[in-house]
Ligand binder design. Structure first.
Ligand SMILES: O=C(O)CCC(=O)C(=O)O
Length: 196
């Protein structure tokens, strides 16, 4: 599904594959991800105040890689065979050479991810990000940096979203709170770390 006909820097830079992972595989992946003891609540510093992040996170990738954002440095944990299996499917579909994944665990609709772009220096000049969702459906929002365009997507169990060229340079994204949502969601954002 091409979502970006009128809303982004190029028509091909935002692509959503609904139910990319079949239901049985998505259920199996969700069950596994929910058992990860590596998921931890990080910290975020805003205007000099430090708060717990409103979600749990874990960072996995090739040996020696690390990722620094929101003033925290995460060293990559070694990927399990299940994470490698998910990554391989995403690489095969998108033809992007991802080598790391940030896992976000939203325990319920009070967990969220604020407006940001994935534009840290280690992701290179024009980061390409693939996002896989498991669990309950949540609204994912995008807005252009110029402020004149917005897009809202429902990300559901097994969906794959590719944020292609320009999306981290010209747009921000977020996962807003939805207090009525009681069920968990796990999102995996695959990235290419350019240097350790
Ligand atoms: O949970 C989501 O869909 C968004 C995750 C995200 O924005 C990120 O990992 O940078």
């Amino acid at each position: 599904m091409d979502l970006a006909q009128n809303n982004s820097p190029t028509p091909s830079n935002l692509h959503l594959w609904k139910s990319f992972f079949p239901l049985e595989a998505s259920n199996r992946y969700l069950d596994y991800l929910l058992t990860l003891s590596t998921l931890k609540q990080g910290q975020i510093t805003l205007f000099g105040n430090t708060y717990p992040t409103p979600r749990l996170e874990a960072f996995y990738g090739e040996a020696g890689l690390s990722y620094t954002y929101s003033n925290q440095r995460l060293a990559a944990l070694p990927m399990s065979s299940i994470l490698k299996e998910i990554q391989q499917a995403v690489i095969a579909k998108t033809q992007q050479q991802f080598n790391a994944v940030l896992i976000n665990y939203y325990r319920n609709g009070n967990d969220s991810n604020g407006w940001h772009a994935d534009n840290e220096p280690e992701l290179g000049k024009d980061p390409i990000i693939a996002s896989v969702s498991f669990g309950t459906s949540r609204i994912f929002q995008l807005k252009s940096n110029a402020g004149n365009q917005r897009q809202s997507l429902l990300l559901e169990h097994g969906d794959l979203l590719l944020m292609g060229s320009g999306m981290q340079l010209h747009w921000k994204h977020c996962l807003p709170k939805r207090p009525k949502v009681l069920e968990p969601r796990i999102n995996l954002t695959f990235r290419r770390i350019m240097y350790p």
